[in-house]
Design a protein around this ligand. Structure first.
Ligand code: GLC
Length: 517
């Protein structure tokens, strides 16, 4: 196995609740996921990233962790998690888990203890408890999910939660917090986990009492890097274990700081994920990405979707194809045919770029965002916290369709926790497996070629005109993406390895990508 497996890996994101249900309760689980590991191997995944699998009241889909050293009973047991890791390794698939260090659950032992121990106690020091300003919270910070970032407890104090009230923020100045997370990392590394995805990684250091000091009061404060230097030392006690940051920052120079040699190995590329379907903007994003990563020796990552953002097939079919925090899943008119064409081309682009690539479950099936989940079934805290103005992220979390012609499409034998659309009978893995023109066939072929001639490295741009992104990789593979309105002629004397759509005598049609050699 190569020393640096992660530099060029294809990483498949498993949102466990919605992947595959092994026991018929309507929620995906480890038994279901273990049974589908061969599917991931066949697809060409080099690693899986699992969203949080810990015991959780599920106030935020598991990002409210009640115990960092165990498995949510709905998902299975610790012994099953160990089996999952072992079986994945047996198929040459690495396992990345999600660690949530910014906040815990209000049901975790520490928080229960803090409530009981009362004001001024050491137990409260692990969180951010403060007296209010009269009837008002300690300051005016707003929660990222909407509403105030403080909740009052019966004895009158308030505690900070940058997300939902069920997710109290940890105090990262506290030695217990620092040491306990080192222990959590070792707990999972000892069990064979290959990588840690660090949730909300830029938010850990905050100071609600501070006078304004020119820095954001809780995003990307300078002190946060000390935490990851410590974490890197822990990861380096083991062989080939990696840290991957969820770092949403518009400023690339600030983002790059997290990738310094003694901090994280990689971080999610939200700049690329957020780019609209525009040749100039995508090229600018790719160049920005390489300009920040190359000098640090850190591989770039290429991400088109995850469990927090609208599905690409839907997003690329809208008038506004950029991603932004507020305009997701609003039911705006969508041309799904156009979106699908572009999503196919985008997939070949992302897979061809130097670095690692992420595939969020269902992306390989071309699932659209489910815009019409009945309001009473919506589970994302964003929906309630926003006063029902932001639909939230449930539309990209609907359980996968595996087989058959009606829900639950082989996902479960029971009723899925979110309803699956009738139109998904055409999008099951079973239906796509035998169709050479399917999204699944494209992802399989793309990842197969990628494993041989793409991955980490560098690129050389080719000039094929304004609306076209074209570059050649070290292996000689050329990727051409036509984002302009008219067909473009492909460079002559090259063998066409793969295209995202039909190519005709006029050349490569609009919204289509080709790989040539
Ligand atoms: C991250 C997760 C998101 C979660 C939030 C709070 O952004 O990706 O799903 O709601 O952190 O933990």
């Amino acid at each position: 196995m190569p020393k640096t497996w992660w530099r060029g890996a294809a990483i498949y994101q498993v949102y466990l609740r919605s992947f595959a249900d092994g026991n018929g309760d309507g929620f995906g689980d480890l038994a279901g996921a273990r049974a589908r590991l061969p599917y991931l191997a066949e697809l060409g995944a080099n690693a899986v990233w699992l969203n949080p699998w810990y015991p959780s009241p599920m106030a935020d889909g598991g990002y409210d962790v009640a115990d960092y050293r165990d498995i949510e009973p709905v998902f299975g047991t610790l012994a099953e998690a160990e089996k999952f890791i072992e079986e994945a390794h047996g198929l040459d698939i690495r396992v990345i888990i999600d660690v949530v260090p910014n906040h815990g659950s209000d049901q975790m032992a520490w928080f229960v203890e803090a409530l009981a121990a009362g004001p001024g106690s050491p137990a409260r020091e692990r969180f951010w408890f403060r007296p209010g300003r009269g009837e008002k919270p300690p300051n005016d910070w707003q929660s990222i999910f909407g509403g105030p970032a403080w909740t009052q407890v019966p004895d009158g104090e308030w505690y900070l939660h940058l997300f939902a009230p069920e997710q109290p923020d940890f105090n990262w100045n506290n030695a217990d917090v620092i040491e306990d997370f080192h222990d959590v990392l070792r707990f999972w590394f000892d069990r064979g986990v290959d990588g840690i995805r660090i949730d909300s990684a830029a938010l850990l250091i905050k100071d609600p009492d501070a006078e304004p000091d020119g820095q954001d009061p809780y995003t990307d404060r300078d002190g946060v890097h000390e935490i990851y230097r410590d974490w890197r030392r822990v990861a380096d006690e083991y062989d080939e274990r990696i840290l991957i940051g969820e770092v949403w920052l518009p400023d690339q120079e600030r983002f790059a700081r997290y990738l310094r040699a003694d901090e994280m190995h990689t971080a999610f590329n939200f700049d690329f994920l957020g780019s609209p379907w525009s040749p100039a903007e995508l090229r600018a994003s790719i160049e920005r990405t390489l300009a920040t990563h190359v000098p640090l020796g850190a591989p770039a990552t290429w991400v088109l979707s995850n469990h927090d953002v609208a599905r690409p097939v839907t997003r690329y079919g809208r008038a506004d194809t950029s991603w932004s925090n507020d305009d997701r899943r609003d039911g705006t008119a969508t041309d799904l045919e156009l979106g699908r064409r572009r999503a196919r081309a985008a997939a070949l682009l992302a897979m061809a770029l130097p670095g690692s690539v992420y595939v969020y479950q269902g992306e390989e099936l071309g699932l659209p965002e489910v815009d019409d989940i009945p309001d009473e079934l919506r589970q994302d805290p964003m929906w309630n916290r926003s006063g029902h103005t932001v639909p939230g992220r449930d539309g990209c979390r609907v359980p996968l369709p595996w087989s058959g012609s009606a829900p639950p499409y082989g996902f479960s034998t029971g009723e899925p926790w979110l309803p699956q659309p009738a139109a998904w009978k055409e999008l099951t893995t079973e239906a796509q497996e035998t169709d050479p023109g399917s999204m699944l066939a494209l992802y399989r072929a793309g990842l197969r070629i990628r494993a041989e001639c793409l991955g980490d490295g560098s690129l050389t741009w080719l000039d094929l005109g304004d609306g076209v992104l074209a570059f050649t990789r070290e292996s000689g593979l050329t990727c051409v993406v036509n984002l302009g309105p008219a067909p473009v002629a492909l460079p002559p004397d090259r063998e066409v390895l793969l295209t995202s759509g039909p190519v005709d005598v006029d050349g490569l049609p609009a919204d289509t990508a080709a790989w040539l050699r």
